[in-house]
Design a protein around this ligand. Sequence first.
Ligand SMILES: [Zn+2]
Length: 164
Amino acid sequence: MPSTASTPAAKVTPAHWVRAVGNAVNLSTVLGLAVAAAGRSSLRRGPQALVVAEDYRLPLPRAGAFTVGNVVLVPHGPLSAVELRQPGTLAHEAAHSWQYFWCLGLPFLPLYAVASGWSWLRRGDPASGNWFERNAGLARGGYAERPVTNAGLRRIARALHRAA
Ligand SMILES: [Zn+2]
């Protein structure tokens, strides 16, 4: 079947359906829909069998977009506005959706938290050394790559030194 070159992201492949079913069964998409409802988002079908929840209205998390299961949540506006500011956002979020799939759903969340903590200890920010963000693409996620300086470890060491 021919596909239009201008909309490759809109094409739903069998792999996208496998991801959609997997993330429904592992309940991560259910959690994503609950978070979308809590944030009074507008739901629509997105590309790659994803659900796009736009105009999410809760103050946290502070992100241009974030993903829970197969649900891509976009705070305070439409995905198109975020994609304009940060091209590649959807591809980045779709990669996170695969990460939920490979983590069998909700275990993604504690693993992501550990990876964020590790990144903060090593690089002083929660994203640039975070395996999940690196795997999804730092640049298209809007993250700068910071050098390994053990910035977080040093802050803790300084705080302990002051307390002693
Ligand atoms: Zn990300």
